[in-house]
Design a protein around this ligand. Structure first.
Ligand code: C2E
Ligand code: MG
Ligand code: MG
Length: 601
């Protein structure tokens, strides 16, 4: 085995020496040189060790523990291991248990207790270099496997299996990029009539009748034929996605006047209304189209699709086979929103906000291990308003900061109260919106809340979405590290719905991945969802992440997730989100998820 390490590699290995006693350091450097190594530098502080490790790119770092400067050898080694992935060998006179425990956290490649012999140094360096080469090769292979799984996942999540059209998230990302470019262009900013981008929602009228009458094979073939016609009709003037069973979204190239969108809508309706021949059957179908315009109706792709869908449904209710623009509903929409926003300003002081808790169940033993805190607004006139409605308003109006802080404060206080009342302990996960996460002093505020409420951070989880994480990678990394340093856990929420990839995200220090509800739905019967969920669970486990499936509603979904080794589930099957008293009663009752098969491992 020893002969398999080529002599030439050993001779050329570059060594950085970190040692604050110059005489000792020079002695080591002489020894190394006699044995054919290159001592690239000698430094005596932890800060310089990090700096020179970056500058000189050594093959290995010999690290004393007691050093000058703020960082000691273990701190410096931690940074060098984490950021540069270089092998570090400690050489120190301190071999006590505490030092050893701290040193072990940095996963060193060796630990030499001073004084040591030149021969000990040489063997330790050689073994460390060999082990690091093997580790690097394994890591490269692991990254290649991850990339492969990722490619498969991207194909699945970014393409509709039946029609091969891109999914909405792909169109949305392209749209946002286009809008950004347009805003950057001087012509756009200065133009009196900025271009409009029409977003169409094309719904097939009474499509369920076709699948009920002719069966799935015919309706699938029909959908493919309709896709071909829409694609031919639109040519190069737009991009198409399938957004639902019988619904498409089309984003047109920018137009100067809405009449250009009208011409397209008329052409689409005509082309779909012509008879189809599918499996020797003549089939007639019509469509309804709703159109919302970027530059007039909304700015975000999602809001545009929502609005075009609303008007499309309205058109269908009026009989279908027609198109309409969104504008007529816009006014009432805006007024509702303004009223709600002004009410939301008072919601905190009037104590109209509350938290409900939805249990998360461990699939190994069926026990409740945690809960997600979900915000509720008891509006005096409108009753319970959904967070899906008021969180976007809170985000746009800046109210999310005080509201978000109230949520964390209330969840921590609840944890404390339950601990005092001897309710069985669980973790609570709190949702964060990206504006909260971007607040400069956010981690300090969390620390204060934890201190005030006397809650140990191990009981708190923060849920962030992909879009929050990918906004500014460097800054995000720093913020996550500050939060992790508090001792809490980070979950990535609604995973799979964004446009990011796990291979971009895996460097972020998060612990839990929440599989979005859209992939859990009918997972046992829907091959696409099954493939996506399986790929996500496998990849997450490779990255040592715990997987929580959201929105589990049926026993069949549960059985599938169980078989795929999903760690936890959350969903109406076990329990809806509950008010605090009911949730505490559930914990006290010791209720478990029944009907779990036993796992072999
Ligand atoms: P989320 O974080 O993905 O939360 C899960 C949502 O799925 C919750 O909706 C929950 O009630 C719902 N759900 C759970 N199990 C099932 C199921 O089996 N079937 C179905 N159909 N739905 C299920 P909810 O409470 O309406 O919250 C919606 C979203 O609002 C949350 O999605 C989260 O993004 C946001 N939100 C809620 N509370 C907060 C908060 O305190 N702060 C922030 N920033 N956002 C919040
Ligand atoms: Mg959540
Ligand atoms: Mg979620």
């Amino acid at each position: 085995m020893t002969n398999s390490v080529p002599e030439i590699v050993r001779l050329q290995a570059k060594v950085l020496i970190v040692e604050d006693e110059l005489v000792v350091a020079e002695n080591i450097a002489r020894n190394l040189s006699k044995q054919g190594y290159i001592a690239v530098d000698i430094v005596d502080t932890g800060e310089d060790a990090v700096l020179q490790a970056k500058n000189t790119c050594p093959d290995i770092v010999l690290m004393d523990i007691m050093l000058q400067g703020e960082l000691d050898g273990i701190d410096a080694a931690g940074i060098i291991r984490q950021e540069l992935n270089l092998p570090v060998v400690y050489m120190t006179a301190y071999a006590d248990d505490t030092t050893l425990e701290r040193a072990k956290q940095t996963e060193p490649y060796g630990y030499l207790v001073k004084p040591f012999k030149p021969y000990d140094l040489r063997t330790t360096i050689e073994i460390a270099l060999q082990k690091h080469r093997t580790d690097s090769a394994m890591q490269a292979e692991y990254l290649a496997q991850l990339a492969q799984a990722e490619t498969k996942l991207t194909q699945l999540t970014h393409r509709d299996l039946l029609t091969q059209l891109p999914t909405w998230s792909v169109l949305q990302a392209a749209f946002e990029q286009r809008v950004e470019q347009m805003h950057g262009a001087v012509t756009f900013a200065e133009s009196k009539n900025p271009p409009l981008i029409p977003v169409f929602c094309v719904g097939l009228d009474r499509f369920h009748r076709i699948s009920n009458h002719w069966g799935y094979k015919v309706s699938d073939d029909l959908l493919q034929a309709i896709t071909d016609r829409i694609t031919a009709c639109m040519g190069e003037s737009g991009k198409l996605a399938r957004t639902d069973m019988s619904e498409f979204a089309l984003i047109m190239e920018s137009v100067e006047h809405k009449s250009q969108a009208e011409i397209m809508a008329q052409a689409l309706l005509k082309s779909i209304a012509a008879p189809f021949w599918v499996n020797d059957q003549e089939i007639f179908i019509t469509a309804s189209i709703g159109i919302a315009l970027y530059g007039r109706d909304a700015e975000q792709a999602d809001a545009l699709l929502r609005r075009s869908r609303r008007i499309m449904h309205h058109t269908q209710q009026q009989g279908g086979n027609s198109y309409r623009f969104f504008s007529r509903l816009l006014r009432s929409d805006t007024i509702d929103r303004l009223v709600l926003e002004s009410d939301l300003h008072h919601a905190l002081e009037r104590q109209e906000l509350l938290l409900h808790y939805q249990p998360k169940v461990n699939l190994r033993n069926g026990k409740v291990t945690g809960a997600e805190a979900l915000l509720r607004w008891q509006h005096p006139k409108q009753g319970m308003v959904s967070p899906a409605v008021f969180i976007p308003i809170a985000e746009e109006s800046g109210l999310i900061e005080p509201i978000g802080e109230w949520v964390i404060q209330t969840a921590c206080q609840q944890l404390r109260d339950w601990q005092l009342e001897r309710v069985p302990p669980i973790k609570i996960a709190v949702n964060l919106s990206s504006c909260q996460f971007s607040q400069p002093q956010f981690h300090q505020r969390i620390r204060q809340i934890l201190q005030q409420t006397q809650v140990n951070p191990i009981w708190l989880e923060l849920e962030l979405t992909e879009s929050t994480l990918i906004q500014n990678v460097e800054l995000t990394m720093h913020r996550l590290q500050m939060l992790k340093a508090l001792g809490l856990q980070i979950a990535i929420d609604d995973f799979g719905t964004g446009y990011s990839s796990l291979s971009n995200l895996y460097r972020f220090p998060f612990d839990i991945l929440k599989l979005d509800r859209s992939f859990v739905q009918d997972i046992h019967a829907n091959p696409k969802n099954a493939a996506i969920a399986t790929a996500i669970i496998t990849m997450a486990h490779q990255l040592n992440l715990k997987v929580v499936a959201e929105g589990v509603e049926t026993i069949n979904e549960l059985a599938f997730l169980f078989e795929k080794q999903c760690d936890e589930i959350q969903g109406f099957l076990f329990s809806k989100p509950l008010p605090p008293l009911e949730f505490a009663a559930l914990l006290r009752s010791g209720k478990r998820m029944k009907s779990l098969p036993t796992r072999e491992s």
